[in-house]
Design a binder for this molecule. Structure first.
Ligand code: ACO
Length: 327
């Protein structure tokens, strides 16, 4: 048994924030942002819109793309849940009309979607589960310090979702084996210092702006390249494929230079990379499904997915692209 992709849907906020918009409020420039990151603009959710809203929209579209029908489980990968308690997924499942399915959140930061696909694939393989709705959704704008130029230019909001069903290895849409990993010794390199049990919210955490993400960009940059390359190689090996078999490379959209470096080290030609970081910035757990939806993949193409994120976490898998209904 393996997991087979049968539906895909995305949702992004209407509001576009360009680099020029950021130039007006921060000591930054379009030139700096484009050169260092490849980002030109990002989407930002209006006040009152939360992660679950994007997750519901993307999830409902993915189900429609899959032809509707029931699912047994909803997994929401997110770093920016609506609340710390309860999880976002039960509300999302209920609003899509999927009660009383199993529903839970998964936090692997920017690797969340690949982790959630792997968890879904495991459930489909070993249990009575027939179909899973996997969603990656973020409103990172809520946990990004608008006054910190080193992070404010990087992130965007969005959601993406996939429907996975049980299937056979060689089928169109079948995922290959997953490679997943983590290194918790690097936890502080991308972290929101307060708001959890280690540093509960207090006047001092608020005045210290500790409820926003802090990033050691250089450490993340270095590790992201090394880990995505190694994880991609492991997933390719496990699928008995080589980089030459890959038609399209869909890496986590954090930074164009990182995508270029990973593709280059794997020996994947630049034209086979999928890039939409220029239009959405880094949308963390939403970035892989947003890139898949943008890529205009042809049925039968072999796709390599890889992601890296805070934790640190990373993962990779392969996929044969199926014929999907677009919604
Ligand atoms: N505008 C203008 N100048 C800036 C900005 C900005 N937005 N941000 C930082 N700078 C300045 C710094 O202050 C520094 O100035 P100094 O030399 O006077 O001290 C200079 O630019 C260089 O800063 P660096 O941090 O060294 O810049 P670097 O080339 O490393 O690029 C970046 C920073 C883009 C964050 C890079 O390290 C990177 O892409 N890292 C990967 C991290 C990432 O993408 N994280 C996203 C979350 S994690 C994930 O998705 C995996």
């Amino acid at each position: 048994m393996t997991a087979v992709l049968e539906g895909l849907g995305v949702a992004v906020p209407q509001r576009v924030v360009t680099n020029l918009d950021l130039e007006r409020v921060l000591d930054t420039s379009d030139e700096w942002i484009r050169t260092r990151t490849g980002i030109g603009e990002r989407r930002v959710a209006d006040p009152g819109v939360a992660t679950a809203d994007l997750a519901v929209e993307a999830g409902a579209r993915a189900l429609k793309s899959a032809g509707g029908g029931p699912v047994d489980m909803v997994v929401v990968a997110t770093t920016s849940p609506d609340r710390v308690v309860p999880a976002t997924a039960p509300e999302v499942a209920s609003r899509i009309g999927l009660e009383p399915v199993a529903a839970f959140d998964l936090n692997a930061v920017c690797s969340g979607f690949v982790y959630a696909l792997a968890v879904a694939a495991g459930m489909l393989d070993g249990h009575a589960t027939q179909r899973v709705l996997v969603i990656g959704a973020e409103t990172l704008s809520r946990i990004t310090d608008p006054a910190d130029r080193s992070t404010a230019v990087l992130f965007g909001d969005g959601g993406g979702a996939a429907v996975l069903r049980r299937g056979e290895p060689g089928e169109s849409g079948a995922f290959g084996p997953f490679d997943l990993g983590s290194d918790g010794s690097m936890a502080d390199s991308l972290a929101m210092p307060a708001g959890g049990s280690r540093r509960p919210a207090s006047t001092s955490t608020l005045t210290g702006r500790e409820h926003y993400m802090r990033l050691d960009g250089k450490a993340v940059y270095r590790h992201a390249i090394a880990r995505m390359v190694a994880s991609s190689r492991a997933a390719l090996d496990a699928a008995r494929l080589s980089a030459g078999d890959i038609d399209r490379f869909v890496g986590h959209q954090a930074n164009l230079r990182i995508l270029d470096a990973v593709a280059d080290r794997l020996g994947i030609a630049p034209q086979r990379r999928v890039v939409n970081v220029d239009r959405y910035g880094n949308t963390s757990a939403a970035s892989i499904p947003l890139a898949l939806a943008d890529a205009q993949l042809a049925p039968g193409q072999r796709v390599l997915l890889t992601a890296f994120g805070g934790g640190f976490t990373w993962g990779a898998t392969t996929l044969t692209w199926p014929r999907l209904a677009t919604v």
